[in-house]
Design a protein around this ligand. Structure first.
Ligand code: NAP
Length: 241
């Protein structure tokens, strides 16, 4: 490795993922732009490079075993290793999603991308992360996955799509289990919530900018060696599980 920090951001062609790539790139890091669509990926890489970021494209569909394996090979060949993985890619599966009308196919698709995709990418990248001096994994979650908030009297989370919110609860559980297994290593893994951010995901209804949404991921990607692991955080601090 060149001595510079290498990061990979999944779903980095737009929205919060793009701004995470831009933010990590502004630290002088090399940033892999993980994206499944060639044109959108190339456009994002070109835009990041024009802004001075040392970005490189990583063809990546988190739903696809072969794509993820090829992405790990590309990062190894191109960058020589990986220090930071931001699992940002996700889908809602469309709205509305009420429990009583939910299509099982929607649940499968959402869990495939938002949970299994994270496991698939993380495990493919782990051999490189284990060789890093300061490996960090950030799983982009959401406070809508917080069972504690959903069951707190007086807290109204609004009409959140059921499969989407449950996928984030599932993802948080996965984050905790990774942290337990990796507890004896130098790998720090945490869930982050960007807050309600104006992106394609919510028809640009969010009240935060994508750059604001990216801030928690950048903070968790740059944690010091004695930083937390197995936690759930937003810009205001700890989010209850
Ligand atoms: P977004 O604008 O819709 O971007 C989602 C990204 O994920 C896109 O780049 C998309 O690529 C990519 N993606 C989806 N499926 C993929 C797959 N199978 N393989 C590779 N990439 C895939 O959403 P966002 O708002 O920036 O969301 C980023 C993260 O923040 C997500 O994890 C989301 O759950 C979380 N979050 C967002 C909010 C919010 O208010 N926006 C709130 C809480 C949490 P394509 O362009 O190819 O579709």
């Amino acid at each position: 490795m060149s001595g510079r920090t290498i990061a990979l951001v999944t779903g980095a062609n737009k929205g919060i993922g793009y701004e995470i790539a831009a933010g990590l790139g502004s630290l002088g890091w090399r940033v892999g732009v993980g994206a499944r669509d060639q044109q959108r990926r190339e456009n994002a890489v070109a835009k990041l490079r024009a802004a001075g970021v040392d970005a490189f494209g990583v063809p990546l569909d988190v739903d696809d075993d072969a794509s993820v394996a090829a992405a790990a090979e590309l990062v190894a060949d191109h960058a020589g290793g990986l220090d930071v993985l931001v699992n940002n890619a996700a889908i809602t599966g469309g709205v509305p999603q009420t429990p009583t009308t939910l299509d099982p196919a929607t649940v499968r698709a959402v869990v495939e991308t938002n949970v299994i995709g994270v496991v698939r990418v993380t495990n493919a990248m782990l051999p490189m992360l284990r060789s890093s001096a300061a490996p960090r994994i950030v799983n982009m979650s959401s406070s809508v996955g917080s069972l504690a908030l959903h069951t707190t009297p007086g807290v109204d989370m609004g009409p959140v799509p059921t499969a989407y919110l449950a996928s984030k609860t599932f993802l948080n559980a996965v984050t905790v289990q990774y942290a337990k297994e990796l507890g004896g290593t130098n790998i720090l893994i945490n869930s982050g919530c960007p807050g309600f951010t104006a992106t394609d995901l919510n028809g640009f209804q969010g009240t935060r900018t994508p750059r604001q949404g990216a801030a928690i991921a950048i903070r968790l990607a740059t944690l010091p060696d004695d930083g937390p692991t197995g936690g759930f955080f937003d810009d205001d601090g700890t989010v209850p599980w």
